[in-house]
Design a binder for this molecule. Structure first.
Ligand SMILES: [Zn+2]
Length: 289
């Protein structure tokens, strides 16, 4: 039997966990990737005990075995990962808030396959192609920001062009599957994102290049005056260089000076000032290659 004291303590633990989770999400912009379909604090709490809404019933049960499967001590402080144990390398979790502008998407944190941003628009910037097609789209907030970034670059004599922005889950799936057919799944995974794990699916990322279109999404873009300008100024407009040089072991990607991701200026400026990656910013485990 559970003593009233134990019940009270269990209640306190639930409350504490809830507070931790809310603080973690609130301070770092609602990223809470998780493998479970729901990541609300209550669902996490119920994994350990079942708090009664009335509070009067002694139904909560906290057995040692329940605690060992889902330790309350693993509850996050600022980590986007929920109270479950950190994912082992290779495991993919589905993010809880795909619509958050600070959502962490990488090889371990996937968007739901059903996710499609609700506010995709065509930003008014030049692209390296003329067609009004999917890869020209961005979410409204990122579109507004990229327009400002391009205008700011123009003022400095830097002429940029978009190469590729939004990519739907379906598009990423067909791209990935074509590579799998060609090279097999293991090899394809080394150079192409598994559907759901490409940042382009957020509608918040865009590959950019110089307006001459040379070196579009290629290594030779690195070191160009456009790349140097981006490195220095992207954060002023809420963007980060998502895959910085020398951080492949953390991000899972080689240096991509052309791939910028909108996160909002609060986060972008902190990440730039501290030379962080998004993974480091959220204190997640390194992404294995
Ligand atoms: Zn990209």
């Amino acid at each position: 039997m559970t003593t009233p004291m134990k019940v009270k303590m269990a209640g306190s633990i639930v409350l504490l966990m809830a507070l931790f989770i809310v603080a973690g999400c609130g301070s770092k912009g609602d990223v809470a990737p998780t493998s479970s379909p729901s990541a609300s604090p209550s669902s996490v709490a119920t994994a350990t005990v079942s708090p009664s809404p009335s509070g009067g019933s002694p139904t909560p049960v906290t057995t040692p075995s329940a605690g060992s499967t889902q330790k309350p001590t693993a509850s996050p402080t600022v980590s986007p990962v929920t109270s479950s144990a950190p994912p082992k390398s290779g495991e993919v979790q589905v993010v809880a808030k795909p619509e958050s502008v600070t959502v962490l998407v990488n090889k371990q944190n996937s968007l739901p396959s059903s996710y499609e941003p609700a506010d995709l628009v065509y930003p008014n910037i030049p692209f390296t192609f003329a067609e009004k097609i999917e890869k020209r789209k961005m979410r409204q907030v990122a579109a507004t920001a990229i327009e400002k970034l391009f205008a700011g670059a123009e003022k400095d004599g830097i002429h940029l062009a978009g190469v590729s922005a939004y990519r739907s889950y379906a598009t990423q799936k067909s791209v990935f599957q074509s590579y799998v057919k060609k090279d097999g799944e293991e090899k394809a995974k080394t150079y192409s994102a598994v559907p759901g794990t490409s940042e382009h699916e957020t509608g918040l990322a865009i590959d950019v290049t110089g307006s001459n279109g040379k070196c579009a999404a290629e290594d030779c873009f690195g070191g160009t005056k456009e790349a140097v300008w981006l490195e220095k100024h992207a954060a002023d407009y809420g963007f980060i260089i998502r895959y910085p040089q020398g951080k492949a072991a953390i991000t899972g990607y080689q240096y991509e000076p052309w791939h910028i991701r909108y996160v909002g200026t609060d986060v972008s400026k902190e990440i730039q000032a501290k030379s962080l990656t998004m993974e480091e910013f959220y204190h997640t485990v390194p992404v294995s290659k």
